[in-house]
Design a protein around this ligand. Structure first.
Ligand code: ZN
Length: 367
């Protein structure tokens, strides 16, 4: 619990979202400088390198495109920094998934350059954050690197995001739905947010989380149907904003709680480690609500939504139909290392164990 009432807010400097906005990239990078380093996911590298060569042709900008190596390690940040050194970039643009974006943030920090983040899926809240999650070569999570600023610009081209496999979009809704539920726990316990060393949440922080929740629940089902058909409706745009901007602002300004604790704990089971972040977080939302004793109507609403969009509600959905009580207790114990301590009451492993099992029981009943 915080021992002061100082409140604080953190966010990226600019956020721009629209269809075909990547075509305007030159206009955006020119705001920050003329030496531009692009770090691009393997899947998009060839096509975007050609596209940017055409976009910047005849301009006074110098651009350099590099393909991301696949893992956000300290060594990969160093490697990309050495490549970028050739042009001493004013602007570093990271285009791809969370690991590409996080590596680009690390490179930009080395040069004190402006950071432009262009996510290619609407699956996480990572783009807006001023930190990188660092892994080992083997993919083991070893901690976060915090930077003195959030990205200068988060640029979303909704045409690209809608072309990504639908599973990413749905997972993003799972991550987004944890935002308000976790924010509420933090508010009830007066816990610190993730702005610098941690402060009380602002009214803005609370309002963003409420808007995130409402948007996903009201628009998520139709947004998924539209996106599956390659359509960029207003519902799709709204849910993309909720998954990326609202969810990202929410987590930084109001913090995680039980949902993300389950997401981190459950990855000790190998099949769950292969799921998308938002998918395991979604199951964590169900567990958190049950552990908190949330009203039945709220729990029912969440199950109905998950069933409608295809987020996991049972052990079978998570790929662990044969999971044992011993393994569930291990997950519960492991989840205690995360954020359960911000709940407004003391949580112990037995409560979490019961919550996990009950989430599966309800999930099977409601299928
Ligand atoms: Zn998350």
């Amino acid at each position: 619990m915080l021992e002061h009432s100082t409140r604080a807010w953190g966010s990226p400097s600019r956020y721009i979202q629209g269809r075909f906005e990547l075509n305007n990239i030159r206009e955006y990078t020119e705001i920050y400088g003329r030496r531009v380093f692009f770090l691009i996911d393997v899947f998009f590298f060839k096509s975007l390198k050609e596209k940017f060569a055409a976009i910047y042709a005849g301009s006074d900008s110098t651009i350099l495109c590099e393909q991301f190596g696949g893992q956000c390690t300290a060594a990969e940040i160093d490697r990309c920094t050495e490549v970028a050194r050739a042009i001493q970039p004013d602007v570093v643009v990271g285009i791809g998934g969370g690991k590409t974006m996080d590596t680009a943030k690390g490179v930009a920090d080395q040069f004190g350059a402006a950071t432009v983040i262009v996510p290619t899926t609407a699956s996480t809240d990572a783009p807006a954050m001023g930190l990188s999650v660092i892994y080992t070569e083997e993919g083991e999570h070893i901690g976060a690197r915090h930077y003195k600023k959030n990205p200068d610009l988060v640029l979303l081209d909704t045409e690209i995001l809608t072309k990504a496999p639908i599973r990413f979009f749905v997972a993003g809704m799972g991550d987004a739905l944890s935002t308000f539920v976790e924010c509420r726990a933090n508010r009830q316990s007066s816990s610190p947010n993730y702005v610098n060393k941690g402060y009380a949440m602002t009214i803005a922080g609370w309002a963003v989380c409420e808007a995130c929740h409402k948007t996903v629940l009201q628009k998520g089902v139709n947004a998924k149907i539209a996106a599956e058909n390659g359509l960029v409706t207003k519902d799709v745009e709204d849910v993309i904003e909720a998954n990326t901007l609202l969810s990202g602002l929410g987590v930084q300004n109001t913090s995680c709680a039980g949902s993300h604790s389950i997401a981190e704990g459950i990855t000790i089971l190998p099949p769950c480690a292969k799921l998308l972040h938002g998918e395991v977080v979604a199951f964590g939302v169900l567990v958190q609500l049950i552990v908190e004793g949330a009203p039945k109507a709220e729990i029912d609403e969440m199950y109905d939504f998950f069933n409608a969009v295809g987020l996991p509600t049972t052990f079978a959905d998570l790929g662990i139909p044969e999971v044992t009580d011993e393994e569930i207790m291990k997950v519960a114990e492991c989840s205690m290392h995360s954020y359960w301590d911000v709940e407004p009451f003391t949580v112990n492993p037995q409560m979490v164990f019961d919550g996990i099992k009950m989430a599966d029981v309800l999930g099977r009943l409601k299928k």
